[in-house]
Design a protein around this ligand. Sequence first.
Ligand SMILES: *Cc1c(COP(=O)(O)O)cnc(C)c1O
Length: 362
Amino acid sequence: MIRLVEPYIRFEEVQHELEQIFSSGILTKGPFVQQFTDSLKQYVGARHSFLTTSGTTALSTCLRLFNIQPSDEVIVSDFSFPATANVVEELGAKPIFADVDLDTFNMLPEELEKQITPKTKAVIFVDALGNPTGIHQIKQMCDHYQLPLIDDAACALGSSENGVKSGKIADLTCFSFHPRKLLTTGEGGAIITDNDRWSSWLERKLNHGAVPANGQLDFVDYGYNYRLPDIQALMGLKQLQKLDSIVKRRNQLKETYRQLLEPLGFTNQKIAHHVIHNVQSAVFKIPEQVKLGSLIAYLREHKIESTFGTYCLSATSYYQRKYGQTKQNARYLQEHTLALPCHDQVKAEEVAAVIESYMNLL
Ligand SMILES: *Cc1c(COP(=O)(O)O)cnc(C)c1O
């Protein structure tokens, strides 16, 4: 089976440091947490970074910065993983779904503007499948309306727009290190910001509400424990060191896919010229005559794992039941996008040949 994803980390790469961790007995708040935190900050070029237990806890923590109340609204991209909206729902506030562009799969500025009301407290932009195209425009609009912008860059570590890395564009950025993402720690996430005041708040909140005082801890606030352990941080650190070369290889593979699949009627996710896409997922829009489910099943029969792009949040059972309306473009994309395996064990030619044989059956 050609798997959809394969982690870019092998045991031998961490063996030496794992021995160090085990013999030191320092399993949390240790040197690898520090190194990964610092490296991440340097990689993105931001002032502050915090590791968390997941992309979801990262997003949830960021939202809490804005003291969101049950009557408030947070505007979110509608083409994403449900966690993007769940973190709003969890605070009792209302996620307002903004439809996305059919080519880039990202939040449409006019959709965002239409949804802004006096109740809007924040905006969550999603880099769909790692693509940051259009985020600067959304940032400008948020600045204009004085709304904080959170970048759900769960998929976008290693991407950039206009030469600015994902992590450095929005007011706060959240990454995920779930195995579906290209840098993985099993579970894990991070928050990045340039804001010093928010940074002190995050530091405290992510550590039980405590600040160091005279060699002890002073619990000045209530807080959480969303810390990433050292073994996980070590995994992340190792992958970050080779991230740019991984991104390069994925782009080459995606380009081969594009050349082979476009003649068959498949369309590339639009990545603007001034954007570097990490190719978190190699996703194509399928031709109209193709039924997505049957193509995915056919690929599976031929030992190739694939899946749909991602979810239309407003069309998931929960959100549809609660709020009704589903967004057209996001809905279309859920039903017409195909994510193909994209890693070092994949030959695009082999996958494309199977897709071609499927097309010949139609
Ligand atoms: C994966 C993902 C999340 C959730 O991240 P976890 O680390 O699994 O909690 C949130 N948003 C998007 C867009 C994602 O792709």
